[in-house]
Design a protein around this ligand. Structure first.
Ligand SMILES: [Zn+2]
Length: 149
């Protein structure tokens, strides 16, 4: 798993999670990656720095260690990623399909701010980003979902 900082032709910076460099290149060449803010498909890569957004109450969190980018360390990379995923799962509340709803409520301070995870459709995610609500797409392996709840 590889987290890439991407930038669109209009200067918006966002993160993309890919299976690897090849995966990114294939999607980029195929025009499959679009800027979440303006849907610009001319995407270029910035430095690869994994980052996660936690709510303010989690600001004491240890900084996440950068993932190795050497392809030969694929196995370690996967283990690191699983580790990272576990940390996310442990420090967030699963709100399931109410994710967009809850994220919006927190943004407008209608409910207590906390770190949440859940599922949102592409349209919901776009709407949240339009409203200036930061969300991070994170693919969870199915195997982890059952065991860590
Ligand atoms: Zn853009």
């Amino acid at each position: 798993m590889k987290v890439l900082d991407l930038q669109c032709g209009n200067g918006h910076v966002f993160e993309g999670w890919f299976g690897g460099e090849d995966d990114y290149l294939a999607q980029q060449r195929g025009g499959l990656i679009q800027c979440p803010a303006c849907a610009d498909p001319s995407i270029s890569k910035r430095l690869s720095v994994p980052r996660l957004k936690f709510s303010k109450s989690d600001s004491n969190h240890e900084p996440v260690q950068p993932l190795a980018s050497n392809a030969g360390e694929g196995k370690q990379l996967l283990l690191d990623w699983l580790d990272l995923t576990r940390q996310v799962l442990a420090s967030t509340t699963d709100v399931g399909t109410r994710f967009a709803q809850e994220a919006r409520k927190m943004h407008y301070q209608e409910t207590q701010t906390r770190s949440i995870r859940g599922t949102a459709t592409r349209e919901e995610t776009m709407t949240l980003l339009d409203e200036g609500i930061e969300v991070l797409p994170l693919l969870l392996p199915e195997a982890l979902k059952g065991t860590l709840q």
